[in-house]
Ligand binder design. Structure first.
Ligand code: SF4
Ligand code: MG
Length: 323
């Protein structure tokens, strides 16, 4: 079956001025990543801030155009198609953002916020849009009487529900959710995550879920990709990644995730040094400056991202095949 989304060797650079003479340098935000997401699946991209996961979300939805590599949506190469060709596809892929307050216009009524994608993408009358907006508010656990109010009157969790209703309004196949619960209290986080899961089941949605926090994505993910400095270092199905992480960076990230049973407490792996600049990434394995298992080869040669067991890919010289 054709994956809903497939990306191959995807790259995005941004030019940055650097130094006294203003020489142009390039920030390698996304540096050749490949993955596929099946219909109905939740694939999560996890990594520290600045690792390129948000840029990947914007490349997949073609809010950004890649410098190199390919994005296929439902089998169609959308990497470089025009805005006009992109319009019907854009309806089919919606985004949910971290801060619903920043992404929702506070001067618009909730019903107009929720129905705005319908105004852009459909020919429904204002009456039909209002009716749908009220139904959508109920779908996300709010009340249709909220339709006449303004976004600023709602709590963070309620605003995220409004953002989700809005994304859902045009019945997309794919929702890219970029840190959708990071701004919320932990108790509210699980409510919103549960809502996203229920909606996925009800509408057959596919999610690309972006988060810096491995503890947030555990319950909703089918598969997870771990990113470091613009590259994927490991992808695996959720259980494999949490039970048998292979990449030293994944192991370090997981060691700081709280475990429910404190007697199982694992040793926390503290990474040395700071995250290097993506403008001047380290040679060889980009993680080598901080890796507890760094070997001589790691400083020279970029490890190849390859499958080490079915469905489990890792980029690390520790798993190079013997010659
Ligand atoms: Fe560490 Fe080397 Fe593996 Fe990179 S390739 S993660 S430096 S062991
Ligand atoms: Mg981000």
């Amino acid at each position: 079956e054709t994956p809903l989304i497939e990306v191959k060797s995807l790259k995005k650079f941004f030019s940055v001025k650097k130094g006294f003479f203003g020489t142009t340098r390039y920030l390698h935000a996304v540096d050749g990543i490949s993955f596929a997401i099946r219909k109905g699946e939740t694939f999560s991209l996890v990594g520290e801030s600045g690792c390129g996961k948000s840029t990947t979300g914007r490349l997949v939805t073609r809010l950004l155009e890649p410098n190199d590599g390919t994005v296929w949506f439902k089998g169609q190469n959308i990497s470089h198609i025009s805005d006009n060709q992109m319009r019907p596809i854009r309806k089919d892929m919606q985004m949910v953002f971290q801060d619903p307050y920043a992404s929702l216009n506070p001067r618009m009524k909730v019903k107009d916020l929720v129905a705005e994608p319908l105004l852009i993408h459909t020919k429904l009358s204002s009456k039909e849009r209002d009716k749908l907006a009220c139904e959508l508010l109920e779908t996300v656990g709010l009340n249709s009487i909220h339709a006449e109010r303004y976004a600023f009157e709602f709590s963070g969790g309620q605003r995220q529900r409004i953002g989700i209703a809005r994304a859902l309004s045009v019945r997309p196949s794919l929702i890219v959710a970029d840190e959708p619960v990071s701004a919320l209290d932990v108790s509210i986080q699980s409510q919103v995550l549960n809502l996203l899961q229920d909606l996925q089941e009800e509408y057959g949605l596919t999610y690309l879920f972006i988060s810096h926090d491995l503890s947030v994505v555990e319950h909703i993910s089918d598969r997870i990709g771990v990113m470091y400095l613009g590259s994927l270092v490991e992808t695996a199905d959720k259980d494999t990644l949490y039970d048998r992480p292979m990449h030293p960076y994944t192991q370090a990230l997981l060691s700081s995730v709280p475990v429910p049973d404190p007697t199982l407490k694992k040793e926390r792996i503290i990474l040395k040094g700071d995250l290097p600049s993506p403008v001047d990434p380290p040679s060889g394995c980009r993680f080598h400056t901080r890796c507890p298992s760094c070997m001589e080869i790691c400083k020279q040669h970029v490890p190849i991202f390859r499958e080490v067991e079915p469905g489990h890919e890792v980029a690390c010289h520790l798993f190079d095949e013997e010659c």
